[in-house]
Design a protein around this ligand. Structure first.
Ligand code: C2O
Ligand code: CU
Length: 665
């Protein structure tokens, strides 16, 4: 069973235990002793099962259970034990006819166990990992307050005590004053705990937003504004100049439907930017009428930081009427894409993206001789109003391909959710992932490929003399067709694709040397991804969180140039998080503790599915301040975003004028 399923099972058992404790409490208050006894036994049993599910989860990692082990279960265990000790013997006595009813204290204790069970689940959903002292204090005080309130309700004398459901034991004056004293002390403890908990949470928020991490050595500062690209291409290269104008436009989809889009140069996707290795790419971005502002971010391309297009960090957002010139050398070969990084959860979705493909210099890719016959298609996948479109700027979804021709399909996921890709009708190789070539990728067929948001796969094969279909999300009528004779004559129909097994890229290809030893990392950061109540953009929200916080309150990750940096990324939530670091490819080390055994896998986006734990590493060789975020762009907007900062690098673009990378204003 996967960790994701254990997480769900644990939630279900937690819900059942809440239901059982409250059922026991209510039946007890109603003097339905037989039912109450059953309820109490059930509550105890479910609570024990819960210990089991939490123990199973703990085996997958402390991150999954910390708040349950430190707070939820002990709280429930204590309250449950008190309830059993108080109410249990009394219930049995009633059953045997030796007592008239259960004392108020017994009823209150069972309800309190219910509050404790409920509070544990609420903490898991609202606070998550890591558990803070303030969250614990607030929770305990809320459970205490609920218990006191219940005690008030239950012990309030009722006209006809025989109908009140609870035996009214006559109290002497001393007992009454003792009860009063306990009530007041209890109340005082609750108020103090809640107060100090709230105070603590404000204090910690304060110190983080004020920033200034520990251990920063003073160092000659360099501004990201000065980390710009070179002025000339490599020897033999040319300058590729282009103007991209961001503007609103009505766009016709391949289906014929028209949509209101935000575009670069009036169409979606934007112009295909192509270059040969060593060229200088120079793009002037002009904003015609996108009121919010735009930028260009070169997704997966390790440009100098000042060219990265992160508003509020590496530049100011480009407002209507304004321009920004990006310049960088096309040193990396492969398939990439570009998109706006300003309010990107809106802008990219509406169409502000395009493709970037860099070809090797002639003769550098030995296995693929450049022939006139070669078919090389760049296929961004994008969802408009629920319709998946997989086509370049020409909108074509059918392409001629002469039999025997080498074909390269560059599939790019420009959406915020993963896509399932199947290539039907031919064996093929996954030659490159996220633009980087794999080592000796083997031939596969009849497999499904899981393509994370933002990710790219280059699929290569020799064109057979029958047609080939690229199927997305198992929609066999959509996708892209390659046809040997250019038309649909004698076309084979595409078999069902949804039952094909998923190719595991961590076991694909052949291992090779990597340029650093990730076992001796200089820095190690753990990012636990979850949902919870957190401040994002100055407001409390039910946010997408990293270590319990939302952007911009997540502490920066500080590194120094030359460091080997290791990330542990843990997904405690029930959603997939495509993790994306700017400016550096990361090497996949392991998933759920199982090391990667195939070709070295260098990616810029990796999907951390529910319950998964990934270890990745990278070499910090590109100084700057880099966004590090979930590439489900709505998630990033809801807080799942932080910055990786090199020692000594500063930005003049922070504060109110830049606008944060994902937010509107
Ligand atoms: Cu493709 Cu920060 O983004
Ligand atoms: Cu996410």
């Amino acid at each position: 069973m996967t960790t994701g399923l254990w997480i769900i099972l644990d939630h279900v058992v937690a819900l059942l235990s809440i239901a059982a404790w409250f059922a026991a409490g209510v039946t007890l208050a109603l003097r339905r002793t037989r039912l109450a006894l059953t309820g109490l036994v059930a509550a105890v049993l479910v609570t024990l099962v819960r210990v089991g599910t939490v123990a199973m989860l703990a085996g997958q990692g402390w991150w999954f259970v910390q708040e349950k082990v430190l707070l939820g279960l002990p709280m429930l265990g204590a309250a449950g034990a008190v309830a059993v000790l108080l109410a249990g013997p009394q219930l049995l006595a009633v059953r045997r006819g030796r007592a008239a009813g259960v004392s108020a204290r017994g009823v209150v204790s069972v309800f309190t166990a219910g509050y404790a069970a409920l509070a544990g689940l609420v903490v898991t959903f609202l606070a998550g990992y890591p558990l803070t002292l303030s969250a614990a204090l607030i929770t305990i005080s809320l459970v205490g307050a609920s218990a006191l309130l219940t005690a008030r309700v239950v012990t309030t004398p009722v006209e006809n005590s025989a109908d009140a459901g609870i035996a009214q034991v006559p109290e002497d004056r001393r007992a009454i004053s003792r009860r009063r004293f306990l009530g007041w002390t209890g109340g005082a403890v609750v108020v103090t705990a809640a107060g100090s908990g709230t105070g603590l949470s404000f204090l910690t928020t304060e110190s983080v937003t004020r920033g200034g991490g520990p251990g920063r050595s003073p160092r000659a500062a360099v501004s990201v504004a000065d980390l710009r690209g070179p002025g000339s291409p490599a020897p033999g290269g040319t300058v590729r100049r282009q103007v991209l104008t961001a503007k609103k436009a009505t766009v016709r989809l391949p289906s014929g439907r028209e949509i209101d889009a935000w575009t670069y140069n009036g169409a979606v996707p934007g112009p295909a930017i192509t270059a040969t290795q060593g060229d200088l790419i120079e793009v002037r971005l002009h904003n015609a009428d996108i009121d919010d502002g735009v930028t260009l971010h070169w997704h997966g391309y390790d440009v100098p930081c000042g060219e990265d297009g992160a508003p509020g960090v590496t530049q100011l957002a480009v407002r209507p009427g304004a321009d920004f010139v990006y310049r960088f050398r096309a040193d990396q070969v492969g398939t990439y894409w570009y998109h706006t990084h300003y309010a990107s959860h809106v802008g990219v979705h509406k169409g502000l993206y395009g493709t970037l493909v860099v070809q090797p210099r002639a003769g550098q890719r030995a296995d693929e001789p450049a022939t006139a016959e070669q078919v090389d298609l760049t296929l961004p996948v994008h969802t408009f109003d629920g319709t998946v479109v997989i086509a370049g700027r020409d909108g074509r979804t059918e392409h001629p391909a002469p039999p025997g021709a080498p074909v390269r399909l560059r599939v790019i996921n420009t959406d915020s959710d993963p896509h399932r890709i199947v290539l039907a009708g031919t064996p093929f190789r996954v030659a490159a992932v996220d633009g980087r070539d794999l080592n000796q990728p083997g031939e596969v067929r009849d497999v499904g490929l899981h393509l994370p948001a933002g990710g790219r796969y280059d699929l290569v094969f020799l064109m057979p003399d029958t047609s080939v279909a690229l199927v997305v999300d198992d929609d066999r009528d959509g996708g892209v067709r390659l046809r040997p004779r250019g038309d649909a004559r004698g076309e084979a129909r595409v078999e069902e694709t949804s039952d094909l097994p998923e190719l595991d890229l961590l076991r694909y290809g052949v291992p090779a040397a990597v340029p650093f030893d990730s076992r001796n990392a200089d820095r190690h950061f753990t990012m636990v991804l979850d949902r919870g109540v957190a401040m994002t953009d100055g407001k409390p929200a039910y946010a997408q969180t990293v270590n319990g916080r939302g952007h911009p309150s997540i502490p920066d990750q500080l590194v120094a140039e030359g460091d080997i940096v290791r990330f542990t990324v843990v997904n405690r939530s029930l959603e997939t998080h495509p993790w994306h670091l700017h400016g550096h490819p990361v090497l996949i080390l392991s998933r759920n503790g199982t090391p990667s055994t195939g070709s070295p896998l260098w990616v810029d986006t990796f999907d951390v599915r529910p319950g998964e734990t990934w270890e990745v590493a990278f070499h910090a060789t590109n100084p700057g301040i880099w966004m590090n975020h979930c590439h489900n762009l709505p998630h990033a907007h809801q807080g799942m975003m932080l910055r990786l900062q090199y020692d000594g690098v500063t930005t003049p673009f922070g504060g109110s004028h830049g606008g944060s990378p994902s937010h509107g204003h």
